[in-house]
Write a protein that binds this ligand. Structure first.
Ligand SMILES: O=C(O)/C=C/C(=O)CC(=O)C(=O)O
Ligand SMILES: [Mg+2]
Length: 220
């Protein structure tokens, strides 16, 4: 059997744990309160999509939003990981999009229902290449950006996160054991907006990585 390679973590079938409202400016733009504890939700591994394949807009949404986020790839799993050693569990990073059917999310919120159909559909998690941890000296201070058809829509810095990466790893692992190959999406800064069929999305971590995706309409 061929050894698995963490640089292709999206093929491993592991969890994608997402943090919501982790930037005050984004919580405010959607008129949400600033959280006092991390807000968590999950995407299945079938949400992954890689450059070269399109983001497929589900037929049931007419308000699909981009959310650019720093992803943290877990190298060594654990339960109840202390904050002090949390970064030792990180194998690397990835630039990620948390594609969100905002109209469906709003409907779910108003009915008190889970966000699954808004957040977890096929291709809802576009990812960049794997970024080994040595390439980002301070993940708490990296600049993220996203353009739609060459127009800048999102620009933020991970220093604006309410809950830091060590805090998130520790908090999550108290309730959901982390495994090698899991991905944590750390939340999005402000500037989220709707995309349309045929739009071209380009996103980057300054000085580290860029990636591009086209949006298509799902055909069934
Ligand atoms: O509560 C809302 O209206 C929206 C929350 C999100 O979509 C949270 C995120 O995914 C995020 O902040 O990155
Ligand atoms: Mg998000």
């Amino acid at each position: 059997m061929t050894a698995r390679n963490i640089s292709r973590f999206w093929e491993w079938g592991r969890k994608i744990i997402c943090v919501g409202r982790n930037y005050a400016d984004h919580a405010k733009e959607l008129k949400n309160a600033i959280p006092t504890e991390p807000i968590l939700f999950l995407k299945p591994p079938s949400a992954y999509v890689r450059e070269g394949s399109p983001i497929l807009m589900p037929l049931y949404t007419s308000d699909l939003h981009h959310e650019v986020e720093l992803g943290v790839v877990i190298g060594t799993g654990g339960t109840a990981i202390p904050q002090s050693s949390a970064m030792e569990h990180v194998a690397g990073y990835a630039l990620c999009l948390d594609m969100t059917a905002r109209d469906i999310q709003d409907e779910c919120k108003s009915k008190g229902l889970p966000w699954t159909m808004a957040k977890a559909f096929n291709t809802s998690c576009p990812v960049s290449e794997f970024i080994p941890r040595e390439r980002i000296a301070d993940p708490g201070n990296v600049k993220l950006w996203l353009k739609v058809n060459d127009r800048l829509r999102q620009s933020g810095c991970t220093s604006q996160m309410i809950f830091s990466i060590p805090y998130l790893i520790s908090y999550i692992s108290d309730f959901i054991s982390l495994e090698e190959g899991d991905l944590i999406l750390t939340g999005t800064p402000k500037g989220v907006s709707a995309v349309q069929e045929h739009d071209e999305l380009q996103a980057g971590i300054e000085d580290v990585v860029t990636m591009s995706f086209r949006v298509d309409r799902h055909n069934h």
